[in-house]
Write a protein that binds this ligand. Structure first.
Ligand code: PGA
Length: 241
């Protein structure tokens, strides 16, 4: 595990973007695993800048996202498909046909999980998987549990996750209480994982994940078993390390 403690959110984002850009320079056909949430927004901004400056191209890149709210479609401003279009895909030279997010509106949830696992399988191992971390140690929407789940599944969100994500929704609008999420197995299949964390609220989850025991009660602790993890955090998130 490589750990970078950066001075600021800006520096964290720069570091992550440089690593991802280097991957794209080495292989224009890279497979990227992408995450949503406020944490990676700065990284995406830097990648957009580099793309506009002609330093990197997404023309042949394929992407696979971690998760999507159950019940939200691509036009809903809080859906993760909308987020990805808005924060990255609409601003770079990627072919949207090469981007994948679970279908939040799928009427047959189980079939959608199967379909998404097939997508993940057909793409092959992601060269880099980007991850944020929840205050409760979740990765993607894999919440604390008594087991690590392998495949894509529908997860019931914990109250703490719904509370944390309330800020993205309009006043009075309910945060969906379940989501499609890639399983821990899908995440761990990536060749390299970049875990991003910023802000003091994440400090305990980061410490428990990196220095605590490996347990499904702290889903991100499973990353200790992965041979190629890069943790990049700002100094607030990394204050206990
Ligand atoms: P955040 O979410 O980036 O909005 O803090 C991260 C997560 O819950 O995985």
């Amino acid at each position: 595990m490589i750990i970078y403690k950066e001075e600021s959110y800006e520096k964290m984002s720069e570091r992550a973007a440089e690593i991802i850009a280097s991957q794209l320079m080495m292989n224009e056909y890279s497979i990227l695993g992408l995450a949503t949430g406020s944490t990676p927004v700065g990284t995406y901004k830097k990648l957009i800048e580099m793309n506009k400056a002609g330093k990197i191209s997404f023309k042949n890149v394929k992407t696979v996202n971690l998760d999507e709210y159950h019940g939200l479609g691509p036009d809903h401003p809080c859906s993760y498909r909308f987020f990805m279009n808005d924060n990255l895909f609409n601003h770079v030279d990627i072919d949207k046909k090469n981007t994948n997010v679970p279908d939040g509106l799928a009427s047959d949830g189980e079939a959608e999980c199967k379909r998404y696992d097939e997508v993940i399988k057909s793409l092959g191992r992601a060269d880099i998987q980007i991850l944020g971390i929840g205050e409760n140690g979740h990765i993607a929407f894999n919440e604390p549990s008594d087991h690590f789940s392998v495949g894509t599944h529908i997860e019931n969100l914990t109250q703490s996750t719904m509370d944390a994500n309330k800020r993205f929704f309009e006043d009075g609008e309910k945060v969906p209480n379940s989501a499609f999420t890639m399983g821990i197995g899908g995440i761990m299949n990536a060749k390299c994982i970049i875990l991003l964390a910023n802000g003091e609220k994440k400090a305990k989850a980061v410490k428990d994940s990196i220095t605590g025991k490996v347990t499904p009660q702290v889903p991100a602790s499973v990353l200790q078993l992965h041979p190629n993890v890069i943790v990049i955090g700002d100094k607030d998130a990394m204050k206990f390390l």
